[in-house]
Design a protein around this ligand. Structure first.
Ligand SMILES: [Zn+2]
Length: 94
């Protein structure tokens, strides 16, 4: 099952019908259960439709605006980081 972040990353591929069938299946399965992603899918489709009447530049701006807001709503998932954040390393500073 896709995470919300993966779903949002696929929005553009789904709307453009470029995503493979398996991706589309997981996508629709996810948004059928996830209200947030469904909302952003609807928004994205609207942006996309509007964008088709606009220049490409305007579209990327609108797109990133929607994406930014969408991703801001996704709860942070703890990624398994392979390394610790290096802090306070003794080093040369000027
Ligand atoms: Zn979701």
């Amino acid at each position: 099952m896709m995470s919300c972040k993966e779903v949002l990353q696929q929005l553009s591929n789904i709307v453009d019908k470029e995503a493979p069938m398996m991706t589309r299946l997981s996508f629709y399965l996810h948004i059928s259960m996830c209200r947030n992603c469904r909302k952003y899918f609807e928004q994205f489709k609207q942006v996309k439709e509007t964008a088709e009447l606009l220049e490409e530049e305007d579209f990327s701006e609108a797109f990133f605006d929607v994406m930014e807001r969408a991703l801001a709503q996704v709860p942070e998932r703890k990624e398994t980081s392979s390394h610790e954040e290096l802090e306070g390393l003794p080093g040369t500073s000027d």
